[in-house]
Design a protein around this ligand. Sequence first.
Ligand SMILES: *[C@@H]1O[C@H](CO)[C@@H](O)[C@H](O)[C@H]1NC(C)=O
Ligand SMILES: *[C@@H]1O[C@H](CO)[C@@H](O)[C@H](O)[C@H]1NC(C)=O
Ligand SMILES: *[C@@H]1O[C@H](CO)[C@@H](O)[C@H](O)[C@H]1NC(C)=O
Ligand SMILES: *[C@@H]1O[C@H](CO)[C@@H](O)[C@H](O)[C@H]1NC(C)=O
Ligand SMILES: *[C@@H]1O[C@H](CO)[C@@H](O)[C@H](O)[C@H]1NC(C)=O
Length: 314
Amino acid sequence: MLGLLKLVYSTCLSACVLASPIIWDGRAPFNLTNADLETSTGPFLTVVKGSENATHYSHLLGHSELPTPLWNEGLLPILPREQVISVTIDNSSVFIPGGGPPQFGFRRTDLIAAVNGEHTELLTRMEENTTIFHFSIQKDDLRPLNYSHEYQIVFIEPNDGSHVFGIQLGSPFTDPTGPLPAPNAHSFKVLDHALNVLFSTPFISRTWHNFAVEVDWNARTLAVWYSQDAELLRLVKETTPNPTATTGPDGQGDFHIALLKLPIVNPADSPADQGDVVHHGIQEGTTEGLLYSGVFVESAAQGISRGFDTRGRA
Ligand SMILES: *[C@@H]1O[C@H](CO)[C@@H](O)[C@H](O)[C@H]1NC(C)=O
Ligand SMILES: *[C@@H]1O[C@H](CO)[C@@H](O)[C@H](O)[C@H]1NC(C)=O
Ligand SMILES: *[C@@H]1O[C@H](CO)[C@@H](O)[C@H](O)[C@H]1NC(C)=O
Ligand SMILES: *[C@@H]1O[C@H](CO)[C@@H](O)[C@H](O)[C@H]1NC(C)=O
Ligand SMILES: *[C@@H]1O[C@H](CO)[C@@H](O)[C@H](O)[C@H]1NC(C)=O
């Protein structure tokens, strides 16, 4: 048995390698602790949050939840190699940016890709040539979202506040408020920089939804890959122009793994404030959450990694 296990492991060491160099790995190893999350040690900067400690809003779940099998299963169901991360918001999740007023319109908790707190230099490596952003998302059934609201959950945000691409859930914010929830509110929407929907799929429970978004930073294009649980990623939106994105350093931005909830227009606000989603609007203050795993960024130089046991290329 030991011999077989050794064989399986050594087979994996040679055959289970990922297709392309990994530039940044946010798959939380089991030696990453909540104390590390608290101090932004390891792969996540945890400063974008409400007034409580970082680990009031985001936690590593140890062995209590299984991560996406996409990167954690091989020939045998070997022990997972990463922990699931829970990201939650509550009414205290009002972020106060340095030098700016509190974001009373939003409730948000963001994990930002970093290396022991350093995120600026990382962008120059993570966001050049063609790179692929991987992430897997599962419902936190104990802390459901409110699909009458808009949620921005995964995005790359340059300094101008736009998103190179973004994943949206819920009902897109409108002023005035339309019928709620909007059609398709319970589906993930993968948006390009101009907010066109590139791909949409229902957010069903007890399922890991695996995404990969390929960004060509020079040609300004996007491609989208998706699968559920252990299925290999498949191309769901072929390479498509993303012409409104900016090239060069101004177009680079932090990679957010987040739960950002937009408000509903408050009729009691002035017309100007009704459109100011960052600072105004209605929030119920409920506790809500999402689960993440399988988060990493790879170079596309040798194709895309589609799952644990392949060196499959696009
Ligand atoms: C976890 O272990 C790996 C391998 O030994 C090591 O490289 C890494 O620095 C450790 N991470 C933490 C957060 O202790
Ligand atoms: C935050 O963490 C520190 C150190 O772990 C602890 O002393 C403090 O009580 C915590 N604060 C809150 C608001 O939970
Ligand atoms: C939620 O937070 C806002 C902003 O701090 C506050 O005005 C409101 O009273 C809070 N609501 C609840 C239900 O605690
Ligand atoms: C990006 O492409 C240039 C030119 O081919 C190359 O020199 C550089 O190493 C590439 N960067 C990465 C991170 O692959
Ligand atoms: C969800 O949001 C809508 C719109 O603001 C609100 O009417 C409803 O009460 C909310 N539901 C819960 C459970 O908070």
